[in-house]
Design a protein. Structure first.
Length: 300
């Protein structure tokens, strides 16, 4: 049977151009998986975040039927600078990720689609994507939105996992989903050593979907600021100078926070929100999780 929407095929690069034009005419939603290629310990492949984001999109598209949904080819590289010391990692600069997403989303829009949802699969992308979706909405004059599947499914994930409350890194959750979706890529003999401390995402936003308030369209015309009120100066008394923002900022000399995961920069001690990444590469899998585990059954 040919790959068509009627046959259950949702992947952009498995469909023909006429099929995609037909889906665009039906106002189909396009899901754009955004992942990462980075170390996931000795038991998982480096493409876990990319593979799982794409798998979540494919399964969501199937569940959405009869609503037409197209799954675009995944963006397999993201922001993973904090994983570079452990090897096996590829990363982009923020400006490159911005340019890449702008060009991919523009191509989707030029193909006739009007609605694009970025589906993130990497914790290190969360903060950047929340900011970039605002920029892209204004630049492309289109309603774009972003979600992280581990945030959108937070309550379900918490109810399924056995040794932790939320998805972490190379953890029970990611390992179980990998065993369910692509078991041949998991090195089960390494599972007993796959343990580590708990970690937190760079941005713990409980909102399932984040989108620009503007919702697309051209930016509003600039408004001329009101003139400042006249300054009253008493004869013989010089006005007291005001501290400028520049002089105020200059007094706080900026330097990098010691926490390798945190992007916060300040002279003060790192706040409670600055949580360093674990010393090891994989965290945390407290026990071997098989394909028949509760988390594995949830995605299968």
């Amino acid at each position: 049977m040919p790959n068509t929407p009627e046959s259950g095929e949702h992947r952009w690069n498995h469909l023909t151009a006429p099929a995609l034009r037909h889906l665009a005419a039906q106002d189909a939603v396009v899901l754009l998986p955004v992942g990462s290629t980075e170390q996931h310990g000795a038991h998982l492949p480096t493409g876990v975040d990319d593979f799982l984001a794409a798998e979540v999109c494919r399964r969501a598209a199937a569940l959405a039927a009869p609503t037409p949904v197209v799954v675009a080819p995944s963006v397999w590289c993201g922001l993973a600078e904090h994983h570079m010391p452990f090897g096996g990692t590829l990363t982009l600069s923020l400006s490159t990720l911005h340019a890449l997403l702008r060009d991919v989303c523009r191509s989707i829009l030029r193909a006739g689609f009007r609605r694009v949802l970025l589906v993130n699969g990497h914790g290190g992308n969360v903060t950047a994507l929340n900011a970039l979706v605002n920029e892209l909405t204004a630049e492309l004059s289109a309603p774009l939105a972003v979600t992280s599947y581990f945030t959108a499914g937070r309550e379900v994930i918490a109810g399924v996992l056995e040794t932790q409350e939320s998805l972490m890194h190379a953890c029970e959750g990611e390992t179980s989903m990998a065993l369910a979706a692509f078991p041949s890529l998991v090195r089960e003999e390494e599972l007993p050593q796959a343990v580590g401390p708990a970690i937190w995402l760079q941005s713990e936003d409980a909102s399932p979907v984040y989108r620009s308030v503007g919702g697309g369209g051209p930016p509003p015309p600039p408004t001329r600021p009101a003139p400042p009120p006249p300054r009253r100066v008493t004869r013989g008394v010089r006005p007291r100078p005001r501290a400028s923002a520049c002089s105020t900022a200059a007094r706080g000399h900026w330097r990098s926070c010691s926490a390798p995961v945190c992007g916060r920069t300040t002279d003060a001690e790192p706040s409670a929100g600055c949580r360093p990444s674990p010393d090891g590469g994989a965290a945390p899998v407290r026990q071997a999780t098989g394909a028949n585990s509760a988390a594995g059954q949830a995605i299968s």
